[in-house]
Design a protein around this ligand. Structure first.
Ligand code: NAP
Ligand code: MG
Length: 491
């Protein structure tokens, strides 16, 4: 429990200290005075070294065939879980620095390799050039890797999110420089190191450190040819401005305020409530694709509030390392303050707020960044808990009267990441889904447990630009290249 981990940078095939020798500390959000470890605090010179190393590795990596790169991706997937003792340590380190319960940390870590295998499966499809037969021209459309990709991931789901961009970038033929968040850098650094270790030197590089010091130098580095960012809307806007300097394409996966529409005929049994609870509260609600606004037909409102309250009441809030805990703390003080602020605002406005769940260790609860699973009943639509992304363990429940009204509520948002429709009526579900402004609509489910890992993922409006995952997620790291000649000669 008292282990202190030190992680380094990984550049040019080697673990190394930052050039300044500096580190920064990461604390346990369940026990904020406990330092879990120290990560290397990179600076501009480290970013230069990482980008140069990635650029040097690019010609050889990009000239491998898709099958050859797929073979490397298979090796990565094996290596990630090859040492059971190392893996267990990495998982518990992840829980300690992040706060998420051990079971979630374990799933996130153990499923990471699956994303590499999914990408490797696309090798044959990627080999197929498109052909346009003449006259007047015969044209072959191939795709080329862009070059060095800068990958920036947030703290909430650093490994899963990396799984939506790193294997894709590699399969497409790019080399990468990765910057994790200072709020969860240790277990991600060790995991990225295991990926990098089995690849040719320079293909995967890792720089940890303060965003104010290394963020912009990475985004504007002349050797970076594409940026793939996941994080908040304000930083996403900033990334796009920075990318303008070198005219570098961006993929932005930003915030969400996902609505779920529970229709009058929805099947609301114990299993549905459990799935709905997890959709909103898994990882203490700190998931981009979490169910963040629940709209329910007025005729089912009381039933839904009672059902969800019952599931929330069973939860045990505490240290994620303890086996009985089902919900851990919020990851950091800033995020905790945002969520608490929204709950307090709703209380002041007169909304009924139910703070549910059990707290076995009140002293720990008071010291850490804990908040019980919280339901905010029928709040005014102008309140932040409805309008903004809460990114924490609180969800508003709001009744509606007609289908049109429900669709209007869902789309009345600056965000458009995901949404869901809950009804046994397939045709109606599809009709409503087509009207929702979202990159992904789940039917009778919501969030990670309802997500098809083969499908493209991304958002409308302020939720982002472009797509990760799926075949589209690989193509996002490439440029089309047309090669043509007068008809009859090439094809
Ligand atoms: P954030 O503050 O925007 O940070 C995201 C990442 O960007 C972190 O690694 C951060 O590093 C880094 N960063 C900050 N300034 C930078 C700069 N100038 N240059 C380069 N990198 C910079 O977001 P967050 O608070 O970590 O994450 C929560 C947000 O992410 C939520 O809005 C959530 O919805 C969103 N998110 C979206 C998706 C999706 O797929 N759409 C998935 C997960 C999360 P530091 O933390 O070290 O400053
Ligand atoms: Mg909200």
């Amino acid at each position: 429990m008292t282990d202190v981990t030190h992680t380094q940078l990984f550049i040019g095939g080697q673990w190394q200290d930052s050039l300044s020798g500096e580190e920064f500390s990461i604390c346990n959000p369940a026990r904020p005075d406990e330092v879990v470890g120290f990560a290397a605090n990179g600076n501009v010179a480290d970013i230069d070294a990482a980008c140069e190393s990635a650029a040097a590795a690019f010609p050889q990596w990009s000239s491998l065939s898709y099958q050859e790169r797929a073979a490397y991706l298979h090796r990565v997937a094996e290596h990630l879980v090859a040492d059971a003792v190392e893996l267990e340590k990495r998982i518990s380190l992840f829980t300690r620095e992040h706060g998420k319960i051990l079971q979630e940390a374990s799933i996130e870590m153990r499923r990471f390799g699956d994303r590499f295998l999914l990408c490797a499966d696309y090798a044959e499809r990627l080999e197929q050039d498109e052909q346009l037969q003449g006259p007047p021209f015969d044209t072959v459309i191939t795709r080329q890797a862009r070059g060095v990709a800068a990958l920036v991931v947030p703290w909430n789901w650093p490994i899963s999110i990396l799984g939506a961009k790193l294997p894709q970038a590699l399969m497409a033929g790019n080399t990468v420089v990765i910057k994790p968040s200072k709020e969860s850098a240790l277990a991600p650094a060790l995991t990225i190191g295991r990926v990098a270790e089995v690849l040719p030197a320079g293909v995967v590089n890792l720089v940890t450190g303060s965003s104010s010091r290394i963020g912009d130098p990475l985004l504007t580095h002349p050797l970076v040819r594409t940026i793939n960012f996941t994080g908040s809307v304000p930083v996403g806007r900033h990334v796009m401005k920075m990318a303008a300097d070198n005219l570098v394409p961006v993929t932005l996966e930003l915030g969400g305020n996902d609505a779920g529409l529970i229709l009058e005929d929805a099947e609301l049994d114990a299993d549905a409530f459990r799935r709905m609870y997890l959709a909103s509260f898994m990882s203490s609600g700190q998931i981009c694709m979490a169910l963040k606004r629940i709209y329910v037909h007025r005729s089912r409102y009381d039933e839904l509030v009672d059902g969800l309250s019952a599931v929330c009441s069973q939860q045990v809030v505490g240290d994620g390392l303890l086996p009985e805990t089902t919900m851990g703390p919020v990851n950091n003080r800033g995020q905790y303050d945002i969520v608490i602020g929204m709950i307090e605002q709703a209380k002041r406005a007169g909304a009924e707020v139910r703070e549910l769940g059990q707290v076995p260790d009140q002293d720990l609860y008071d010291r850490g960044y804990f908040q019980k699973p919280t339901l905010v009943l029928n709040p005014d639509a102008a309140l932040d808990i409805v309008k903004e992304e809460q990114f924490g363990p609180a969800v508003p429940i709001i009744p509606f009267d007609t289908e049109e009204e429900a669709i209007g509520f869902a789309n009345d948002s600056e965000f458009g990441l995901c949404s869901s429709v809950w009804t046994p009526d397939r045709e109606r579900a599809m009709n409503i889904a087509r009207k929702l402004e979202a990159g992904y609509t789940y039917l009778n489910g919501h969030g990670p447990l309802a997500q098809d890992g083969r499908a493209p993922f991304g958002g409308f409006k302020s939720s982002g630009i472009g797509r990760n995952l799926g075949f589209e997620g690989i193509q996002a790291f490439q440029e089309p290249h047309a090669i043509s000649a007068p008809a009859g000669w090439l094809l």
